[in-house]
Design a protein around this ligand. Structure first.
Ligand SMILES: [Zn+2]
Length: 286
């Protein structure tokens, strides 16, 4: 079936439209959209990493959630904006504008279904800006819609206990954290014998990059042929399980807090963006 890592009773598309209509508190039910990608992750990891990690962590979080907290996962976004990896086979990318429309229109549909809380949990480093833009657009459209765009790695993960200083500083893709987590979530897809370390040179202008990461636009092949940006070699399944437990237990807590959240803007909203023509218009109070 389609629910993947999500417990079936927490997978929204398994409900009928009448069951959704009958949900007791749609306004405070947390709808979660995991945003992944299909893109190369080096020779040792599958192209599904970002989707597996975002939907896998959220699935484990939903499994931990008390039955009293209403929350459902949508199908994850499995195609993202992966243009920085398009020189590598297996990368299936959307443009930023297509992804922006996709997330915004999913948000429209969530709102139209009577829900008022949407958590967007992104697993791909190349697209947080798009999630933030979609969330802001939805906020302009709907004054009573709470949309939270965030990263699956935002919660305490415990990863820092396992990694070198260099890894902490410069790892960006297919490094220790993603590899360990994949060893816990989908071990059959990981080929550790092909793992290689590869780091970018520190960016030469300190004022523009205090942490040494590249301050200019880049594509992955700028850093070498492997597609790896980091050091995955020491990752283990045990570490991955520690990271998965930490992320998913904190996410369960965060989902419960979003359920309880009553976020009242101080100024009453009198402005909204017309859905039809995109112009800012003054709307009457409901
Ligand atoms: Zn990734």
């Amino acid at each position: 079936m389609l629910h993947g890592y999500t417990p079936p009773h927490r997978y929204l598309p398994y409900l009928s439209w009448t069951q959704i209509t009958e949900l007791p508190d749609r306004a405070n039910t947390v709808i979660i959209l995991a945003a992944g990608a299909t893109e190369q992750h080096g020779p040792h990891l599958p192209c599904s990493v970002d989707t597996a990690i975002s939907s896998g962590v959220i699935g484990h979080a939903l499994a931990r959630l008390p039955a009293t907290v209403p929350a459902f996962a949508l199908p994850p976004i499995t195609y993202g904006k992966s243009e920085e990896h398009l020189h590598f086979p297996g990368t299936m990318t959307l443009t930023g504008t297509t992804l922006l429309s996709t997330v915004t229109e999913i948000g429209d549909s969530v709102y139209r279904s009577g829900f008022r809380k949407l958590l967007i949990v992104n697993g791909h480093g190349g697209q947080p800006q798009v999630m933030e833009m979609a969330a802001r657009e939805l906020r302009l459209r709907y004054g009573d819609f709470v949309i939270i765009p965030t990263s699956v790695w935002k919660m305490p993960s415990g990863l820092g206990a396992f990694t070198s200083e260099k890894e902490k500083k410069l790892s960006m893709h297919a490094g220790h954290g993603e590899t360990a987590l994949m060893l816990a979530l989908a071990p059959d897809t990981v080929r550790m014998e092909h793992a290689v370390a590869n780091f970018p040179d520190e960016f030469p202008i300190k004022l523009l990059s205090q942490d040494g990461r590249p301050a200019c636009a880049w594509t992955t092949r700028d850093f070498g042929p492997s597609g790896v940006i980091g050091d995955p070699c020491g990752a283990t399944a045990e570490q991955g399980q520690v990271i998965l437990d930490s992320l998913s237990s904190h996410w369960a807590q965060a989902i419960e807090e979003v359920h309880q959240l009553q976020w009242a803007p101080r100024a009453e909203s009198t402005w909204g963006r017309s859905h039809q023509n995109g112009h800012i218009e003054q709307f009457p109070h409901p």
